[in-house]
Design a protein around this ligand. Structure first.
Ligand code: ADP
Ligand code: MG
Length: 762
């Protein structure tokens, strides 16, 4: 059986340290065959761990070659090596390392999840494996709650879960009592018998009982390479403790000299290997960030729904939605996530969430800080919107936003007549054309004569105004007012002529008018008065045009009270011989059309006004105000994000070992970064959502207080805050971005952590 799975060829490993460089491995060459159980034996400090780390690709040799199944791995990139470990190697350390936020079964399942296997499946096989090691009852315990022997069994389960070809165990029994140690070693032996290659480091002679080959390392060199069998075991054991290193120490000097050059030019493994540069990198980062935010938001929403469906007292049919929803989200996430062989975004997110939940208070405070900043921003912005709405609703009704007032140009000969109305009517999106004739009128009521402005209008015109009818009704527009039928008014009207029915001689008046003639608005409807017109364009004309003889009946009273006004049916006024309209109100089909229709009218020579002008001014003012408000709010958000930065940095320091562990298990830098980044995004998004709620509730509270004061002082209630949905979503995205911005640096630092530094020192 001479089938090398791993070959170590002339490997040197030196470290550049003060005061003088150390040479840990000196020309080590070794062939490891498939299915062997090799024990690497040697005193502490002889370089055993260093050799293993080099074999696993956690460290690069200073000189020399490592091949796995004939392929050189010593020149591979960090990510390639991570992939190599993930696929081929299971590792057990002397000391157990855990992802602290995960329980036993989750820790064991983690290597499978890193390979993109679904959580349920991964945990099911983890449970089976734990069961075969007699650890099933401990599955939901926290690893640190177990004894070191039990922890080591769990470590073994974790190393085996991916069914790797090679098991590497660095002093797995070092921390164990004799029996636990024997147990672990016997497991390793069984694995070797089943065809796996097992490399175990030990300085305990008892462990040799199980091995078939022992390599003795002394002072960075291979001193012996024994094949073991029952007959030579004792002999070898004896040799190992008495024998000195083979080879001479004299040639160290020559090696050192050569290495001096090598070490100086040595590239550190976890630095700048295979890092892409320039614009491509920026774009990739951007794409990554946008995908991350999208997924972050999606997954937070999912978690909300999931938590909601998980409520105990929920009817079971609603709870049964849980797994379809979960599958749906997983499907969506997986469709974005193309790399099926690696940990899915879904699981990265779950890992982050677990970590955040394991430090509940800290997470809550951090999210609270962000939420306060966001809440304050949202609150201020909602006041901006609320006041704007309030002002706009006070200055215009919605209906008026799609109306245009059209006037003939000042001092020019263009007039508005039936022909021009026909032209205007033909403009696209013009729904209604409501002409107005303006006339001075003389009213005679109970022997008093009053001058008043008379508007000839259709009742639709009144309906579309903002004045409120306080009693009675509008007059009916009779069929003659239909504009498609040109109405030709008589040139002059004989005094007292009875040409139309009295039905048309109705008037809508306002309260100011009633005050003038001394009528109360409750009793005004149905009262009659006499009215004559003086056409505005013929004011200096004789009194002959004034018709006093028509009796008008009041049909309705309007609330406006600035100046006395009478509205009469337009046809009536036309009968007085007034043919040119003084103004037209146009109703467009949609308020977005107002601008273009006004432009067309202006081209035709008309003057136009619209409530939108006022609204635009109001909006202009308030959008400036909102920007200022938002800027103030963002200062609070910035303070909140400092808290988050602090949390992430502390969390990173605490988890240096965890990061190291994840790297040895084959997690790539990108994935490590995503774990940290997604923590930041989760906190950002949750902070955003909670913040929006705070902002809205705060708005209601303020509105309530102001309304109470307002009502107590005899005015109506006011709602002064309003947050449009899109703005709320936008604010949550800003919060998510804040998360990314604050998480960027810590997450990048996480990727720089060397797996070995993390595992060795802390
Ligand atoms: P073993 O596992 O056989 O006990 P190691 O391989 O861990 O020994 O270490 C061998 C020697 O290399 C030790 O003297 C140790 O101090 C040294 N060493 C290991 N890593 C480093 C490093 N990063 N920098 C400097 N010296 C190191
Ligand atoms: Mg060691």
């Amino acid at each position: 059986m001479n089938n090398p799975i791993i070959e170590v060829k002339n490997v040197f490993k030196g470290y550049r340290v003060t005061p003088s460089d150390v040479l840990v491995l000196k020309d080590v060459s070794l062939q490891i065959n498939k299915g062997e159980f090799i024990v690497i034996f040697g005193p502490s400090g002889s370089g055993k761990s260093t050799l293993l780390n080099i074999v696993m690709g956690l460290e690069k040799p200073t000189k020399g070659k490592i091949t796995f199944k004939g392929v050189e791995i010593s020149t591979s990139t960090e990510d390639e090596l991570a992939e190599f470990r993930k696929r081929n190697i299971g590792i057990v350390y002397q000391q157990s390392y855990w992802v602290k936020s995960l329980n036993v079964v989750e820790n064991v399942a983690l290597p499978l999840i890193l390979r993109g296997i679904e959580k349920q499946t991964a945990e099911a096989s983890a449970l089976t494996l734990l069961n075969s090691l007699g650890m099933k009852e401990w599955a939901t315990y926290h690893p640190h709650e177990l004894s070191s022997g039990q922890q080591q069994k769990v470590s073994l389960a974790r190393a085996l879960i991916t069914n790797p070809e090679i098991i590497i165990a660095d002093e797995p029994t070092g921390n164990l009592d004799y029996r636990s140690g024997q147990l672990i070693t016997s497991y390793l032996k069984k694995l070797a018998e089943s065809g796996k290659t097992v490399i175990m480091v030990t300085h305990n002679l008892d462990n040799l009982d199980y091995a078939e080959r022992v390599i003795n390392i002394f002072d960075g060199r291979i001193a012996d390479d024994f094949k073991l069998n029952t007959s030579n075991l004792d002999e070898v054991k004896k040799a190992l403790i008495t024998e000195k290193a083979h080879g001479s120490v004299q040639d160290d000097y020559g090696v050192k000299k050569e290495l001096d050059v090598l070490i100086t030019g040595q590239t550190k493994l976890y630095e700048d290997i295979n890092r892409d540069k320039g614009l491509g990198r920026v774009l990739r980062n951007l794409k990554h960030i946008i995908t991350s935010i999208f997924l972050g938001v999606l997954l937070v929403i999912y978690k909300f729904i999931d938590a909601f469906l998980g409520i105990r007292l929920m009817p079971s049919f609603i709870q049964s939605l849980r797994s379809p929803i979960s599958n749906l989200f997983r499907g969506v996430v997986n469709s974005i996530d193309q790399n099926k062989e690696s940990i899915s975004y879904f699981d990265i997110f779950n890992l982050s969430l677990k970590t955040l939940f394991s430090k509940k208070n800290r997470t809550a405070v951090t999210i609270g800080g962000i939420a306060f900043g966001i809440g304050f921003t949202a609150f201020l912005i909602s006041i901006g919107y609320g006041l704007e709405q309030l002002v706009i609703s006070r200055s215009a009704q919605l209906e008026q936003l799609r109306q245009i007032e059209v006037y003939p140009p000042l001092g020019e000969s263009i007039t508005i007549n039936d022909a021009s109305i026909a032209t205007i009517k033909s403009i696209n999106q013009v729904e209604k054309v409501l002409p107005v004739i303006n006339a001075a009128g003389k009213v005679n009521y109970q022997n008093s004569n009053i001058d008043v402005v008379v508007y000839g209008v259709q009742s639709d015109y009144l309906r579309l105004s903002d004045s409120v009818l306080v009693s009675g009704d509008y007059f009916k527009s009779n069929s003659n007012t239909k504009l498609d039928i040109p109405v030709s008014a008589p040139v002059s009207m004989p005094v007292g002529a009875e040409s139309s029915s009295s039905l048309e001689r109705k008037a809508v008046v306002n309260i100011a008018f009633l005050n003038l003639i001394g009528l109360d608005f409750n009793s005004a409807v149905g009262k009659q008065f006499k009215l004559g017109y003086i056409p505005v364009n013929n004011l200096e004309g004789s009194n002959s045009n004034v018709l006093f003889n028509y009796d008008y009946e009041i049909s309705g009273v309007l609330s406006t009270d600035e100046s006395p006004v009478i509205y009469t049916p337009i046809d009536e006024i036309k009968k007085a011989g007034i043919n040119n309209y003084s103004q037209i109100r146009i109703v467009t089909s949609d308020q977005s059309q107002v601008f273009s229709i006004r432009q067309q009218l202006n081209v035709l020579g008309y003057r136009t006004t619209s409530v939108q002008d006022t609204i635009a001014q109001i909006e202009g003012f308030f959008s400036t105000a909102r920007i200022i408000f938002a800027a103030v709010g963002l200062v609070a958000l910035f303070v909140g994000s400092l808290g988050m930065f602090n949390t992430l940095t502390v969390s990173l320091l605490e988890r240096t070992r965890e990061v190291g562990l994840l790297k040895t298990m084959g997690m790539k830098s990108k994935e490590i970064r995503e774990v940290f980044l997604s923590e930041a995004i989760i906190m950002g998004v949750y902070g955003g959502i909670v913040g929006i709620i705070i902002g809205i509730v705060g708005g209601y509270v303020i509105s309530f207080i102001i309304s109470t004061i307002s009502i107590l002082r005899g005015y109506e209630g006011l709602v002064i805050t309003y947050l449009p949905f899109t703005t709320a979503v936008g604010i949550i995205l800003v919060s998510a971005f804040t998360g990314i911005a604050t998480g960027f640096y810590p997450s990048r630092r996480a990727t720089k952590i060397s797996a070995l530094d993390a595992l060795r020192y802390e």
